[in-house]
Design a protein around this ligand. Structure first.
Ligand code: GLU
Length: 451
């Protein structure tokens, strides 16, 4: 065990040296490597330096960086940077979303792509890991500007993707509208109606039922599974949910369906606490129809809701927490607050929203902690089901997709739980998810030779 720890530490140092100024990527790699020591001790073939498995796993198969020029409504030309990191295809075509946000750089895309490898492996659905995006900021842009940006982005991206190669989808800043514009441009350039090249498409043209809901629904189902192991349920519990994008909205919806009471939502400017519980119809109107801010929800909701512009959403007392906005949004101090407020479970709807220190504190305090790789895998899982439907040229009913999603979330929970037990860290879903995902990818890589 000591040997494998030393080897992992040396690997980590070398990866950080070779990939300077990519803190999010370092954080994601470190978190996975920290949990692998027991696997390396038990299965020495994974650690054999002569095979360089971890070196290969942490080096993307391909990294594409490109210029995205586009014209705004006044005729001014802007230049953004586009990315697609095709990280690992041992288990299937590269699969993962596109993020349009000013914070996007190569390190962020690599962190997301690296996480995606293990998340996708956990779904058991035969998809590799990739991620992409741009530093384009869609906020305040007109529909026409977003369309021109998406068209320019796809004019380069189309040559790298395909239903058997790489299948992008949405992430922060990329939803149904953007997928529509991207798909249209792909179809025009290639002259192919290739449904399986993108997921998250509209319901009438190849999209899967339940895909918009899948990440949020899945994150709540994962929390329900964690609570069930402890003899508890979500019914009657209060919840603090961050974010107000697709993940947060459908986290709120599923919580309400299961009898819980979500009290909050947020955006980059502030958060809302609603003592009566979030009015989802109003929130959807503000966010999905009007593309507005959560402060507008508070203004229209009446006396039960207040808007807080300079505070921490995690200060709001609740039984369960769903960080569903963005990376590193819940830090050590927030974790202490949650613990002192008696939090029972935390389920990550976003990718890596909880800092390493916060994860440690929550786990030490005995809080059930569902890492994003497991808890938010429902989104990409239903994307894989969308690919299956596209390949068969059929559309499943919402009921069927929802049943499949529930089964997948139960099995991800079971494999993470059992793997943690098997390696002597019962209840540690971080270790369980990392190890179970790693074993699947590592076995496929070893079988496929030095690639
Ligand atoms: N962006 C989502 C994720 O983080 C979904 C990716 C997909 O559907 O391909 O998993």
């Amino acid at each position: 065990m000591k040997d494998s720890k030393d080897r992992l530490e040396a690997l980590r140092a070398e990866i950080e040296r070779r990939n300077p100024a990519q803190p999010e990527f370092h954080q994601a790699v470190r978190e996975v490597l920290e949990t692998l020591a027991p696997v390396f001790a038990a299965r020495p073939e994974y650690a054999d330096p002569a095979v360089a498995l971890v070196e290969r796993l942490t080096e993307p198969e391909r990294q594409i960086v490109f210029r995205v020029p586009w014209q705004d409504d006044r005729g001014r030309v802007h230049v953004n940077r586009g990315y697609r990191v095709e990280f690992n295809s041992a288990l299937g075509p590269y699969k993962g979303g596109l993020r349009f946000h000013p914070s996007v750089d190569i390190g962020v895309v690599k962190f997301l792509g690296f996480e995606q490898i293990f998340k996708n492996a956990l779904t058991g659905l035969g998809i590799g890991g990739g991620k992409g995006g741009s530093d384009f900021d869609p906020r305040g842009r007109s529909d026409a500007e977003v369309m021109r940006f998406c068209q320019s982005f796809m004019t380069e991206l189309h040559r790298h993707i395909g239903e058997h190669t790489d299948v992008p989808a949405g992430d922060i800043g990329v939803g149904g509208r953007e997928i529509g514009y991207l798909f249209g441009q792909y179809r025009r350039i290639t002259n192919r109606w290739e449904a399986g090249v993108l997921t998250g498409k509209g319901a009438g043209w190849g999209g899967s039922a339940i895909r918009p809901q899948a990440t949020g629904y899945g994150s709540v189902l994962f929390a329900a599974e964690m609570l069930k192991v402890r003899g508890e349920s979500l019914d009657g519990l209060s919840a603090v949910v961050s974010g107000s994008g697709n993940v947060a909205l459908y986290t709120i919806e599923k919580l309400q369906q299961l009898g819980a009471n979500p009290l909050t939502c947020s955006d980059s400017h502030g958060y809302v606490v609603d003592d009566k519980g979030i009015d989802l119809a109003l929130l959807k109107q503000v966010k999905e129809v009007e593309r507005g801010r959560v402060s507008e929800y508070a203004q229209r909701r009446g006396s039960s809701a207040r808007y807080v512009s300079d505070g921490r959403i995690w200060d709001v007392p609740a039984d369960v927490a769903f960080p569903s906005a963005t990376q590193n949004e819940l830090d050590g101090q927030d974790a202490r607050t949650l613990i002192s407020n008696g939090i029972k479970a935390v389920s990550e709807g976003a990718n890596m929203p909880t800092t390493p220190q916060a994860v440690r504190l929550l786990q030490e305090a005995g809080v059930a902690f569902g890492p994003g790789k497991a808890a938010n895998a429902g989104g990409v899982a239903v994307s894989a089901l969308e690919m299956s439907q596209n390949a068969a040229r059929i559309a499943w009913s919402a009921q069927r997709v929802e049943e499949e999603l529930a089964g997948i979330m139960r099995s991800i929970h079971a494999v993470a739980y059992e793997t943690a037990e098997r390696y002597g860290t019962p209840g540690d879903y971080v270790a369980g998810a990392n190890i179970a995902g790693f074993e699947r990818v590592a076995d496929a890589m070893l079988a496929q030779g030095v690639i």
